[in-house]
Design a protein around this ligand. Structure first.
Ligand code: GLU
Length: 378
């Protein structure tokens, strides 16, 4: 069996009807398929949207409300409803589920990130299906993951999944906008590398219920494949879509949805956390020599190659590294922005004389750095 651990993400529009009421048939179909996958000996984790959509139906909103408190009120009502329905169906199929609500800051904080991993692992060991959503009732726009496409990809990396299936109302990635009636319209069935051409194919926003669109799905795919996880975007329309997509990917037939193959050299879990979960607090500019040492020779960043600093940050925070033209990587600094302004251009041995104390020779150690530039930008 190729896929021992599968994360499934389902979008709001695939769980609710047009009038924003939950669609029980679809939730039943999804639960049944998840239990079937589990019965095949796999671990399954569900990332389910739909809290806001479910709450909208309850509170009488026909369109997604604009204000954050209104959305949060919907989520508070809807999340309870949603997990109640999942619980009912999982129990009918003889399984248990558990609710996990995450925020962006839970994933930024290293201890909480690892804690979430331990809890998820424990649940899986007990045969429980974790049902994850963003904790919408407490997050504001600034601290939101924002969409469950991204959240599910971060979770897939966190739990070391083999496969992430993103189910929604779209069939996959098209070469041109699927809304156009164009004879050149073609579904891209296999993506071996996410390049600019692929990114350009992703259009704008999705439905009026959820927040994801093809762009967030491609961003999610970047996170997944760089975390060593294969990702499939597929339609939830058919009542056996999930089972069919898993079977297809195991046979490597790629005739449904869009499959993104995992990068061979994926990031370690620590580097995934650093690269995909920590928001940057500033920027460091480096000269040509330092950029080359970082990109080509896998070196740490020393003060000598630094030419400038942007924004204020403390030691221990994540910053972007720029060569003046583009971002070439990111990493956790051993010195604050004020300290770096003083030691930039100097030899590591001079740090003690300049600052009056010495912390580390490197401003960013290689182990705390991810080089990848645009490729990892999101
Ligand atoms: N967390 C939101 C909800 O459950 C959905 C976010 C999304 O649509 O991706 O309603």
């Amino acid at each position: 069996m190729d896929f021992k651990r599968i994360v499934v993400k389902i979008g709001s529009s695939s769980l609710s009807s047009k009038n924003a009421k939950l669609n029980f048939t679809k939730i039943d179909d999804l639960t049944r398929q998840l239990v079937d996958l589990k019965n095949q000996g796999r671990d399954v984790i569900l990332v389910s949207s739909g809290a806001i959509a479910a709450g909208m139906g309850e509170l009488g909103f026909v369109k997604r409300p604009k204000s954050i408190p209104e959305q949060q009120a919907c989520a508070a009502v809807g999340q309870g409803l949603l997990i109640g329905i999942y619980n009912k169906f999982f129990r009918e199929y003889g399984e248990k589920c558990a609710q996990i609500l995450l925020t962006s800051s839970d994933l930024e904080n290293r201890n909480r990130y690892l804690n979430a991993f331990n809890t998820l692992k424990e649940l899986l060991e007990h045969g429980v299906v974790p049902v994850i959503n963003e904790n919408d009732t407490v997050v504001t726009n600034e601290i939101k993951v924002g969409d469950n496409d991204t959240l599910s990809a971060r979770v897939a990396g966190l739990v070391e999944a083999d496969l992430l299936i993103n189910l929604s109302d779209v069939d996959g990635l098209y070469n041109i906008s699927p809304n156009q009636n164009n004879k050149d319209l073609k579904l891209i069935s296999l993506v071996e590398k996410i390049n600019k051409e692929i990114e350009d194919m992703a259009g704008g926003k999705g439905s009026s219920f959820g927040t994801g669109g093809m762009q967030t799905k491609i961003e999610a795919a970047k996170i997944a494949v760089n975390s060593g996880v294969i990702m499939i975007i597929g339609s939830a329309e058919d009542k056996n879509s999930l089972l069919n997509l898993v079977e297809m990917a195991e046979k490597k037939e790629y005739n449904m949805g869009t499959t993104f193959l995992a990068e061979k050299e994926s990031l370690s879990k620590r580097k995934q956390w650093l690269n995909f979960n920590l928001p940057p607090s500033g920027k460091i500019f480096v000269d040509k020599g330092a950029a080359e040492a970082l990109i080509k020779r896998g070196k740490s960043l020393l003060p000598g190659g630094i030419t400038g600093v942007e924004a204020n940050f403390n030691s221990g925070e994540l910053v972007l590294i720029s060569n003046g033209k583009k971002i070439i990587g990111r990493g956790i600094v051993n010195y604050s922005s004020d300290e770096i302004k003083k030691i930039k251009g100097a030899h590591s041995e001079e740090i003690k004389d300049i600052l009056g104390y010495f912390n580390k020779s490197e401003v960013i150690h290689r182990d705390n750095m991810v080089i990848g530039g645009d490729h990892y930008e999101y």
